[in-house]
Design a protein around this ligand. Structure first.
Ligand code: PAF
Length: 290
């Protein structure tokens, strides 16, 4: 069977000036704009964000920038997968309209001296505890992307659930006129959440990795059935560690604020289970609604 012809690649702009010029035409025509911020190494999960963006707005901008300020000194900034050619082909097929591809100098020119320091959901003892400064970098770069693109909506994966709540709070606190939308996690058949970092997994680590989703699902079911939360989580933690993971956390939190669950019976927040654990050199995160 003949292969379908690839659509042409979206236009790529590398500076905020060129970006704003490109966007001004769409604005003049009153076309709505959706932004999908990424660090590249695009997989089906990212493409699902672009698909949702296309349904939600007339024009879709995808940013690709491996943001140095959100990586700690011992993290994987230099080895983070960079696959620009393949990314642009995927974005052509997905129908993205424009790619913003700044370099570090464009985002952080000499003399750059204004970093955001989010608290609230960015300071609840989850990823913030294990990746100090990470959410300062995320909030800062996303605020810069928002003020550069000024999108009507911006779409992020639910997979980085704490990040999503940090960004929602940041946009609200800074009165940024953008609707932040979370999109469902895309999973492999065996439940592993898609992530650009899955390429680091050895075959043995890959075989063990679905335990995270399995434990989240079982724990959500047990908690919803009324089992005591701490007992359920202890059981889940043991199962994850038995597969060879070094566990950072498995927690049940208020889905909106990410605060610890209180004892007040009258307050019944929606609950989200969140997990982070390392196997080999790879740190994976995942989450699930109760
Ligand atoms: O989720 C990501 O890929 C990044 O954290 C983001 C939101 C693009 C900011 O660099």
């Amino acid at each position: 069977m003949a292969k379908a012809a690839r659509k042409s690649r979206p236009r790529v702009v590398k500076t905020v000036k060129a970006l704003r010029e490109a966007l001004s035409e769409w604005r003049k025509r009153k076309q709505t704009i959706a932004l999908v911020p990424t660090m590249g190494a695009l997989h089906t999960g990212h493409i699902s964000l672009v698909a949702l963006a296309k349904k939600s707005a007339k024009k879709v901008v995808v940013s690709i920038f491996v943001n140095p300020t959100q990586f700690g000194p011992n993290e994987d900034f230099t080895r983070y997968p960079r696959t620009l050619d393949a990314d642009l082909d995927k974005l052509a097929d997905a129908g993205a309209d424009l790619v913003f591809l700044p370099d570090a100098k464009e985002m952080y020119p000499d003399g750059f001296s204004t970093m955001l320091k989010p608290s609230g959901p960015a300071a609840v003892g989850l990823d913030d505890k294990f990746r100090p400064g990470h959410f300062d970098g995320v909030a800062t770069v996303v605020a810069k992307l928002f003020t550069s693109v000024m999108p009507d909506i911006a779409i992020f994966g639910d997979k980085d659930y704490q990040q999503l709540q940090v960004i929602r709070t940041m946009a609200r606190d800074l009165h940024l006129p953008v609707k932040v939308i979370g999109a469902p996690i895309v999973r492999e058949k065996d439940g592993l959440a898609l992530s650009s970092r899955n390429v680091y997994l050895s075959p043995a680590d890959r075989a063990a990795a679905p335990v995270l989703h399995r434990v989240l699902k079982e724990s959500a079911k047990a908690i919803a059935a009324g089992e005591p939360v701490e007992a359920v989580l202890s059981r889940g933690r043991a199962k994850i560690m038995a597969e060879g993971f070094k566990l950072d956390y498995l927690e049940a939190r208020d889905a909106a604020t990410l605060a610890k669950l209180g004892d007040e019976p009258q307050r019944k927040p929606k609950v989200r289970l969140l997990v982070a654990a390392k196997i080999g050199k790879t740190r994976l995160i995942d989450n699930f609604a109760v």
